[in-house]
Write a protein that binds this ligand. Structure first.
Ligand code: ADP
Ligand code: ASP
Ligand code: MG
Length: 410
């Protein structure tokens, strides 16, 4: 007998039949003799609908009140699922983030879990209850409800698995596992049996929404036995682990796309020391994360610097730079949010320079222009026009994988 944490995403609990389906998966696990802790997301599009409701009332609502509102979605799905399990005759209790002991910092809207006080959950498990916990939410030191950022229920599940020393953390979703690319965009993408924490972390950070990136970070840190699988198909899923079998190692593990970004270009900067420092220290003071940075070669003692930020930070970044125009010294700022980042990820690519060239060739053959490039040991990212992004993922996938999803010879 072991302890299993099972997390079900919004599409897995979208309506009454789906809630019953999830209840069946949970109770089957329980009947096999396991202790089961369940984490649920809000049903279907509930979180988006709640955001729309807030917009109607006050587009500038405080983050605290937004968290108060958004956390209600998870409460609905958890109580409904507990009711479905009750109806099947099993002992069950649903708990809010607060009742489950999820303590976070005070960053409303993007809180980090600091500690999980597991006493209540352990007491319930001792009584052989199935425990259902609201994902995505916790409580801060002021006793206020916080949320963990969109997609954060995965992180709630991994945090519980780590704190309870669970034997397994299963993330149930609407696809069979982690694929070489989003299977909705690339139907011939193939499911990975296994992927390393590092590669999964890159893919999640670069836009593959199948796992919240902080859940992967935490799973790696606490060596959580993590699996992604479908709540509908019953097929084996993808194991996310420290080391994967050598046969699975290929140059490229996956392709990801992120449309949630904007590019700012500061044009006509002085070509002298200290300029980059001024720009990026101002942005960091505002807690604005910068991603890809490109500096042009100086000409006539002038240069340009472009960089990308999350779309939601665009206005704040522009404002802070405009306010410091004299201090930085530039002609003007160009802002574009019609761009997207497309990335290839793979632990095997560092020793294979042909990989980046292969990506650029695929884009060239498709007539797709690259605006910026950034590389690291396990990824290559390019910035392209937003309208080219889906096609870019498809042609790059075709370049690296054949129609069966198998890695093509490079
Ligand atoms: P949930 O509601 O279960 O949390 P999400 O919508 O957050 O589900 O994540 C699942 C979705 O992630 C899939 O429906 C799929 O379209 C998308 N996705 C993006 N990249 C990948 C990938 N590489 N592998 C699998 N799914 C991916
Ligand atoms: N319900 C939240 C969201 O839609 C959290 C989650 O689903 O993980 O972002
Ligand atoms: Mg999700």
């Amino acid at each position: 007998m072991g302890l299993i944490v099972q997390k079900f995403g919004g599409s897995s609990v979208a309506d009454a039949n789906k809630v019953r389906n999830v209840a069946r998966i949970i109770t089957e696990t329980y009947r096999r003799g396991h202790n089961v802790v369940v984490v649920l997301s809000a049903q279907g599009d509930t979180t988006d609908d709640l955001i729309a409701k807030a917009q109607e009332i006050n587009p500038n609502a405080s983050k605290r009140e937004m968290d108060m509102l958004l956390s209600t979605g998870e409460q609905i799905s958890c109580s409904l699922c507990a009711m479905a399990i009750e109806a099947m005759g099993y002992p069950v209790v649903s708990l809010t983030g607060w009742q489950a002991g999820m303590q976070t910092n005070s960053t409303y809207g993007n809180a980090r879990i600091k500690r999980v006080s597991t006493e209540r959950i352990l007491n319930e498990l001792d009584r052989r209850s199935i425990v259902i916990v609201t994902g995505f939410q916790g409580i801060n030191k002021y006793g206020d409800i916080t949320t963990l950022g969109r997609g954060g229920s995965d992180t709630s599940a991994v945090a519980l698995a780590a704190s309870l020393h669970a034997d397994l953390c299963q993330i149930y979703t609407d696809v069979d596992g982690v694929y070489t690319a989003d299977p909705r965009l690339v139907p011939e993408a193939h499911k990975l049996q296994e992927i390393t924490f590092d590669e999964m972390l890159e893919l999640a950070t670069l836009g593959a929404q199948v796992l919240h990136n902080r859940s992967v970070e935490m799973a790696k840190r606490y060596n959580v036995n993590l699996e992604v699988l479908s709540s509908f198909s019953g097929n084996p899923g993808t194991k996310v682990k420290e080391v994967v079998k050598i046969v699975e190692k290929s140059h490229v593990s996956g392709i990801a796309k992120d449309k949630n970004m904007a590019r700012l270009a500061l044009v006509g900067l002085a070509d002298e020391p200290g300029i980059a420092f001024r720009i990026f220290s101002l942005l960091s003071r505002e807690k604005i994360n910068v991603d890809i940075i490109l500096q042009s070669i100086g000409r006539d003692d002038k240069k340009d610097i472009s960089f990308t930020v999350a779309k939601s930070d665009t206005d704040a970044a522009k404002r802070i730079l405009e306010e410091n125009r004299e201090y930085i010294g530039f002609d003007h700022i160009d802002v574009s949010d019609n761009i997207a980042k497309v990335s290839i990820v793979g632990a095997g690519m560092i020793n294979n320079p042909g990989v980046a060239a292969g990506m650029f060739e695929a884009l060239f053959n498709a007539g797709i222009n690259i605006h910026m490039i950034s590389t690291s040991e396990i990824k290559v990212s390019v910035l392209v026009d937003i309208d080219d992004a889906d096609r870019a993922v498809q042609v790059i996938h075709r370049k690296f994988f054949d129609d069966n999803g198998l890695q093509s010879a490079m």
